[in-house]
Design a protein around this ligand. Structure first.
Ligand code: FES
Length: 110
């Protein structure tokens, strides 16, 4: 579809998936991973996208301009495991057209 963009998601096994991501459905990255079943049910999106579990943590591998982290996201990442400089919570990143070509890697399950 015209409103779709391509996003590359590297799963927890290291396998790379290029997926079509709709920009007109108010979807976030965590929901995208779930929609394509790139992580087993129950291992991602546990808090339902409230920035309260970090199960959706991912590493951003490209230089896309992402929205600033909210206080909730900062606080959650401060407590999470395996956090790196480029860590974000997937549920806090909504899919918008400028994310065309984004590459992210799912953080290990914790
Ligand atoms: S789904 Fe829980 S923090 Fe993102």
């Amino acid at each position: 579809m015209e409103s779709d963009i391509k996003i590359t998601i590297i799963d927890r096994e290291g396998v790379s998936h290029v997926v079509d991501a709709p920009t007109d459905m108010n979807m976030n990255l965590m929901e995208l991973v779930r929609a394509y079943e790139l992580a087993p049910e129950g291992t991602i999106g546990i808090c339902g996208g409230m920035a309260m579990c970090a199960s959706c943590q991912c590493y951003v591998l490209t230089n896309h301009q992402l929205p600033e982290k909210s206080e909730e996201e900062e606080a959650m990442l401060a407590e999470a495991f395996y956090v790196q400089e480029n860590s974000r919570l997937g549920c806090q990143i909504h899919i918008f057209p400028e994310l065309e070509g984004l590459r992210v890697q799912l953080a290990p399950e914790s």
